[in-house]
Design a protein around this ligand. Structure first.
Ligand code: COA
Ligand code: AMP
Length: 631
């Protein structure tokens, strides 16, 4: 079949299409039907099936004779170590940790926060939770204590599993002080913590609350896989929204299994026994779907890479890993390729490695600029496939489905909608616009299996954030257009979310931090174009009358405050003091116009602006901090 036929099959008879895909999953009790639409516009998939995600990702492959095949390869240039876990070893490791968690009272539906760097144990912890029906919530290591505390408060975990440290180039990131501070700040206290002590840092354990990873698992029985319902949550993953309060995206077991299994073969062309590598982090959705779950569900080998695209030790790292582990499909963010290109403009490292197993490179997480794609294609002579998705969806909304058909790529476009996604471009009034016209990107409900059914403990927010604006549609928060042939072009966000080095961040959250500075009366944060990271945040500060502290000191203060409150990953490095902010007559700050001025783009003075002269002041202030940048 070609792409078009597959897409139409899913569109014309979604029930038959997804039930057929569901047969590729081991169910304890098969679902009676695919879509549960009784509570529309809230939809669920495979709700009455009984299943276990860990069984499907691990145990069934051992049963099928893949016990000795590598399941996880940990490749860590920052610790100069490598290790492999076979499916059999992974089964034992997850059953052991799951058994120890059970022995401490963790049971189906309990939440467990996982705060770990890129070590194989992070996947073991995720799978161990899945094994006993506990709901994991992985928190990215680059977040500060406050962000961790917000998540502890929201999901009220029974336990937290953490490591003593993560390793960033040139520094050891001590996790334990961050964890202790977060628990202290939080109103919800976990009953216990399990700490993986790494040799780079031995954390001090709090007696009675903290347990050493190894001792914790000694002498407890191995746990079997606990059947859960198709609509029981597998995990919660918090992502940035418009405010400082992150959104807890809920993932159900059944639809996630079916959709991810479909995606491995049809999008990435990966089958059991192949090696797949997503160079991301377990703290992000890419890490959940394509470092942990999907490759393992498909019986493939996954790589847990603890390093950076450059500097660990050089811009050849990606190619070395692909060679050493015979990677067949590779997934990374465009920003990582831009970093490689910056350090190795001619791509000389590429020629030093045997990349004969590699069939394609997939890019996502931010817009893939055509120059970056071209640079890579010219050097690898392989398809470089941009694809578009979100934390909310867990798998690609649009892609070129490499496992179905080698479709022509149009640079600047993540290609076409995947089965189950009916993508529309709408104007402000919710009417479809003509091809080539920019609008809000919305997806006709229901979304396909695997996508979010709701937000954790926040159904009203789910409806308000995604479903209310365009009734009958899911609002993606992205703006773009579609061409005559159905190729999508994702151009910008319609909300206050920015994308820094493939990391999704909320300018609203940063503004909350800036406005807590005692000298700041008002502020705004925008995303400005950055040739490496795609975007970087820039703050504007209006100070209170009579402030005597120097502007320089206040800027330094807020930079430190964002790092301490949100974390280094926010990459908030600069701010500028201005007298006033441009606003509409109704008081809305014109962030998009400010971003255009900073990027040196043409802009129309908004008709609703209160005082157009402020835009000149903003332009002058931006020049003092080097914007627009000279290309
Ligand atoms: N734990 C602790 N700190 C972290 C961290 C983690 N897991 N990840 C990043 N940080 C820190 C970095 O050390 C850096 O700190 P610094 O300000 O002290 O230098 C800061 O957060 C910003 O990090 P980053 O945005 O990664 O910038 P960078 O300059 O260190 O590296 C790239 C730039 C492009 C090489 C890097 O961002 C990258 O590899 N990006 C790919 C992202 C990706 O895979 N995204 C997932 C979507 S698919
Ligand atoms: P996250 O939820 O962190 O995966 O971020 C999702 C957001 O990243 C999307 O809503 C887009 O704004 C952006 N994004 C992800 N992939 C792409 C892509 N291929 N092209 C353009 N933007 C993308």
């Amino acid at each position: 079949m070609v792409y078009k036929e597959v897409y139409l099959a899913a569109q014309n008879d979604p029930e038959a299409f997804w039930m057929q895909q569901a047969r590729k999953i081991d169910w304890v009790r098969p679902p009676s039907k695919a879509l549960f639409d009784e509570n529309a516009p809230l939809y669920e998939w495979f709700a009455d099936g009984m299943v276990n995600t860990c069984w499907n990702a691990v145990d069934r492959h051992v049963e099928a004779g893949r016990g000795d095949q590598p399941a996880i390869i940990h490749d860590s240039p920052v610790t100069q170590s490598q290790a492999t876990l076979t499916f059999r070893e992974l089964q034992e490791a997850t059953a052991r940790l799951a058994g120890a968690l059970q022995a401490k009272g963790v049971t189906k539906g309990d939440r467990v926060i996982i705060y770990m760097p890129m070590v194989a144990e992070a996947l073991v912890a995720m799978l161990a939770c899945a094994r006993i029906g506990a709901v994991h919530c992985v928190v990215f290591g680059g977040f500060a204590a406050h962000e961790l505390a917000t998540r502890i408060n929201d999901c009220a975990p029974k336990a937290i599993i953490a490591a003593s440290c993560g390793i960033e180039p040139g520094r050891v990131v001590r996790y334990k002080p961050l964890l202790d501070a977060a628990i202290q700040q939080s109103g919800q206290k976990p009953e216990f913590c399990v700490i993986l002590q790494r040799e780079q840092e031995t954390a001090e354990l709090i007696p009675g609350r903290d347990h050493d990873w190894h001792e914790f698992q000694t002498g407890t029985p191995l746990a079997d896989c606990v059947p859960v319902a198709g609509n029981d949550p597998l995990y919660i993953l918090y992502t940035s929204g418009t405010t400082g309060q992150p959104k807890g995206v809920v993932r159900h077991n059944g639809g996630h299994l079916v959709a991810l299994n479909w995606s491995m073969k049809n999008i990435y062309n990966i089958e059991a026994g192949d090696v797949f590598w997503a160079a991301s982090d377990v703290g992000w959705v890419v890490g959940h779907s394509y470092i942990c779950y999907a490759p393992l569900i498909a019986g493939a080998t996954t790589i847990v890479f603890e390093g950076k695209p450059v500097g660990t030790p050089d811009a050849g790292t990606f190619w070395r890993v692909i060679q050493d582990h015979k990677v067949k499909s590779f997934f990374t963010a465009p920003t990582a390729i831009r970093a490689v290109k910056r350090d190795d403009p001619q791509g000389e490292f590429i020629g030093k490695y045997d990349l004969s197993n590699l069939q394609a490179v997939f890019l996502a997480g931010e817009r893939a600029d055509p120059d970056t794609i071209q640079w890579l294609e010219d050097r690898l002579h392989l398809p470089v496939i941009d694809h578009w998705w979100q934390t909310e969806t867990a798998w690609a909304i649009a892609a070129s489905p490499f496992g179905i058909e080698k479709m022509p790529i149009r640079k600047g476009s993540p290609s076409v909608a995947m089965p189950g996604y009916e993508v529309h471009i709408l104007d402000e009034g919710g009417n479809p616009v003509a091809p080539g016209t920019l609008g809000a990107i919305a997806i006709k409900l229901p979304l396909p299996p695997g996508t979010l059914p709701t937000l954790w403990n926040a159904e009203a927010r789910y409806l308000k954030s995604y479903l209310d604006h365009f009734p009958g549609y899911y609002e993606t928060g992205d703006a773009g257009y579609v061409d005559e042939d159905g190729y999508l072009y994702i151009m910008a966000r319609t909300d206050d979310v920015i994308n820094v080095a493939g990391h999704r961040l909320s300018t609203g959250a940063m503004e909350e931090v800036l406005s807590s500075h005692p000298d700041v009366a008002e502020c705004a944060v925008i995303g400005v174009a950055d040739s490496l990271k795609g975007q970087s945040p820039l703050g504007f500060l209006c100070l209170k009358k009579g402030v005597t502290t120097s502007d320089e000191q206040i800027v330094k203060d807020v930079v430190r405050m964002v790092r301490d409150t949100i974390g280094p990953v926010a990459a908030f490095k600069s701010a500028v003091v201005v007298d006033r902010l441009p606003k509409t007559r109704s008081g809305k700050i014109l962030r998009a116009t400010m971003a255009k001025i900073a990027d040196g783009e043409e802009f129309k003075t908004p008709a609703t602006i209160d005082d157009p002269a402020i835009l000149d002041e903003i332009g002058e202030a931006l020049q003092t901090v080097g914007y627009p940048q000279k290309s």
